[in-house]
Every structure is written in C-alpha cells, then in structure tokens.
Design a protein around this ligand. Structure first.
Ligand code: BG6
Length: 469
C-alpha cells in the first residue's frame, strides 16, 4: 500500500455527496464545476445530492441541467449528459437520523466518500454528527466553506464540534482564492526564479500592498454581508492567505503540508493588528440594500497595516485594502522596493522604486516595473517586464473545479488548516474588538480619504495595473 503522508489519502474518493445541493452555491458554482470536470475527464464517481426539497433524481437532474445552461455557454451535450447521469437525490431534514440512513443506502458500497457541505455553517455540526452516527465518516473527508467562525473564539468552537467526529486531516476547508491559478503562480514565480530570492526581504523591499477591489455593491446578499463586512468576508481569509504565499519561506518538502507549514509560520510571525492602523468605510447606499439594518455600521471597505516580526520582514509594512463599489474589479499584490538614492542622472530627480506586482485578476500575470531613460530627455520612465499567466483563455481549471478535484483525489495542499485559520483570526481579532468608526464613501471611489492617511509617509496606494494600462 502507498505510504500515507499527512494531508494525503492513499486512494481517490469513490462517491461525492453534496449536502445543500438545491442551494445557491450549487446553482452558481458547483454544477458548472462538475460539468467542467466531466468534460476534462476529471470526474469518475457517482454524485449524491442531499437537500430538504421534495425532489427526486429527475428533478435534481433538471435543476442541474438548468444551472449548467445558465453558467456555461454552449455546453457539450455528451459531457453534460454524462455528468447528469452521475446524479441521484436523497431528500431529508439534516436533524433527522433517517436522512443519514437514506444517504448511507445511496452511497452503496462506496468506502471513501467525500461529503461536501454547501450549507450554512450553523448546520455543519448537525450534519457531521448525523454522518458520524450513521457510521459514515471512518474513511470520509468533509469539505466545508467559509466562514469558519466569525472570530477566534467561534472558529475554535466550530472546530471543536467538528473534531468530536472528525480528525483534522479529514476536514477540507475551502478558501476559493487558493484554487485560483494566478494565486498558485505566485509560489512558482517566487521560488522558480533564483534572481528574486536574494532581494525578497526587508533589505530590498520597503513595503507590500494588496488590493481586492470590486466595482459592484452587495446586491442581493444584504443579510449575509451585513453580518460579516469586508474584514471577515475577504481580508481574514483571501487576503491573508495570498500574503502568506508572498511572505512565507520556501517550502522544504514535497508533501502537502510543506507549503501550509510555511504559511503558518509566516502568520505566527504576524503581529496582532493595531486598531489605530485600521480604516473602515461604508459606501453611500449600503443602508438601503435589502435586508441591511438601516443603522448598520458594517464596513464595505477596509484598509489596514500589518507587521511581521521575523528576519525576512521586520519593519516592512503590509498594507491591505479591500472593498465593494470601488472603481474597478481587480485583485493584486505588489512588493515595492526601496527607492534608489539620488543619482547623477535623471536631472536631479530620484527614480521611483521598482515594483513587482502579481495580478490575480483581471488578466492574471506578473509585472516587474523597472526604469529607463526617456527618449531624448534626461529623465526616467517606466519600463515594464510583463508575464501574462493565462495560456489559453478559459482552459485553466477554475477554483471550485480544481478544489473539488483535489478533494476527490486526496490532494489536500490547497485546503486551509485549522491552525492557520486560528492564527489569521488572532491577527485581526483586535480590529474586530475595536473596529472604530465607519467612514462614508461615494460608490466608484477608492474608499474614504482616511485610507490614504493610513499609508502617508510610507507610500501611496498604487494605481492598479490593468490590462493595456
Ligand atoms: C467571496 C466573498 O468569498 O469572495 C464575496 O464572499 C467576494 O463577497 C468574493 O465577492 C470574491 O471572489 P472572486 O473570486 O469572485 O473575486
């Protein structure tokens, strides 16, 4: 038998059971992902859908067909039919033992199931206990979606409940950012190029800045978002996970825990965030969104500074800003190098600092900003070295496709571990405890002016690097 390494299973799953198959996430993301996996030849097990709705197999297949039609342009009918043929349905209430007996019957002889819980986190424990009682978890893996708690204490409490039934290695926590191809590219670019390593530290880098901007509002997610806000929605998880890849030490082994261990170490070195270095904003119009409390002080924009106390990063601020209703949809992270000294060239001006940008979207890629002489005059001008990551548009696996495939194949590298989840909550906890006031901003701007004050004296927020800019 193959040697079992931490974080790996030795055999692929033989069934996928999805709880909450009738919900919104399945409709928008999961059926599309399953269809794409089928088309790519990456799906070869039956799929059991579970929900409360009074459906049967045919109703589920009809629903899945419609969901694919709504999310995939011109689907291949053979691949779609093959994916639909894998689906069967189990109806039931998650609080009822009989539901899990029916799930057991539907799993048949399967020995190594993956249970994907696309259900509210408040139901995770109920379902996991139901699976446990029915004797279904011995060789199972359970995939869950954020939010993993709403602060450090609740994240621990949630985990304790799950751990009553499951081992840590059986819990696969999805942060879909980690399934994005350009996020994986960061690790490759950093560690496959030996010219970067000598300069990737406090001796050469003055600060790092990250932007996760969306040019739309909260739309129909008022109830969810009002309880969460930008800090919990994208910063504690997506932003910090990406910064983990930017800041970690090189992974030393080839096992699935190597990268996760290095990221954990980086998070451990991060100081708990300082509420004085935190700015919250709320776009004008948020209070009128359906299901948002008209007196809500939830932030739809957040900007903050983080410090990392280790040899590589001590004294290098990591700035993050994220928000809704900003001017563009863009997600990028830039390491800004130290400014060169005044030179005997460039007409008495100091050149701007070099920058290395990783763009996650739009148009994933990386850019090294150098400076050259402007033609015919004694002045500097930017000279950009650009690498675009996408080879053939649409061909890269999408996040859910990659992560579901990994879950089924027992590859656990890209799932977040509880220790990292707790560290990231620890880092942001002071900001949750002392959020400060929320400043209004106009939709279509880069948040409140206070976000500019946050970086004053060190830098200014860079204009995002956009395709053809
Ligand atoms: C989700 C957040 O986790 O990430 C959303 O809940 C956000 O509010 C989304 O819009 C951003 O991810 P992506 O992949 O759509 O850029």
């Amino acid at each position: 038998m193959a040697k079992r390494t931490k974080g790996h299973v030795d055999k692929a799953a033989d069934v996928l059971a999805i709880f909450g198959i009738s919900g919104d996430l399945a409709k928008k993301m999961t059926f599309r992902a399953l269809y794409r996996m089928q088309k790519a030849g990456a799906l070869d097990c039956p799929i059991v859908g579970v929900a409360l709705d009074d459906w049967d197999d045919e109703a589920l297949r009809r629903h899945a067909r419609e969901a694919v039609a709504a999310t995939v342009s011109d689907p291949d009918s053979d691949a779609l039919d093959a994916m639909l043929a894998r689906l069967t349905y189990v109806q039931g209430d998650y609080g009822d033992d009989a539901t899990f007996e029916r799930v057991k019957a539907a799993l048949g002889d399967a020995k190594q199931p993956v249970f994907y819980l696309e259900i509210p986190p408040s139901l995770f424990a109920t379902v996991v206990q139901g699976l446990g009682k029915a004797g279904l978890v011995d060789r199972a893996h359970v995939v869950i979606e954020k939010p993993f708690g709403h602060d450090l204490e609740s994240a621990r409490a949630l985990n304790d409940e799950l751990r009553e039934v499951l081992e840590e290695a059986q819990i696969l926590r999805i942060d879909h950012y980690l399934g994005k191809e350009p996020v994986l590219d960061i690790t490759y670019l950093r560690f496959a190029n030996s010219i970067l390593e000598p300069v990737w530290n406090r001796n050469y880098i003055s600060h790092v800045q990250m932007t996760i901007a969306e040019d739309f509002g909260v739309d129909d997610r008022g109830r969810f978002y009002d309880a969460v806000g930008a800090m919990r929605d994208v910063i504690q998880n997506h932003a910090l996970q990406v910064l983990g890849l930017i800041g970690m030490e090189p992974p030393s082994g080839n096992d699935p825990d190597s990268v996760r261990d290095q990221k954990l170490d980086f998070f451990r070195a991060m100081r708990a965030a300082d509420p004085k270095r935190y700015v919250r904003g709320q776009y004008d119009g948020f209070l009128a969104v359906e299901d948002v409390d008209p007196k809500s002080t939830t932030e739809t924009f957040a900007a903050l500074e983080l410090q990392v106390d280790n040899w590589r990063w001590s004294g290098v601020p990591f700035f993050i800003r994220a928000g809704k209703c900003l001017p563009q949809k863009t997600s990028e992270v830039t390491a800004v190098f130290r400014r060169p000294p005044l030179l005997g060239i460039g007409h008495g001006k100091t050149p701007e600092p070099n920058q290395c940008t990783f763009r996650i979207e739009p148009a994933p890629g990386s850019r090294m900003r150098m400076f050259q002489k402007k033609a015919a005059v004694d002045a500097f001008e930017p000279a950009d070295l650009e690498v675009l990551f996408e080879h053939e548009p649409g061909s890269d696996p999408e996040p859910y496709e990659r992560l579901l495939g990994d879950a089924l194949n027992g590859v656990h590298t890209l799932f977040t571990r509880q220790d990292a989840i707790e560290e990231t909550w620890r880092v942001v906890q002071p900001l949750l405890d002392h959020p400060g006031r929320v400043h209004p901003y106009e939709p279509g701007t880069w948040g409140p002016d206070q976000a500019n004050d946050l970086v004053k004296g060190v830098t200014h927020w860079s204009e995002p690097w956009l395709p053809n800019s």
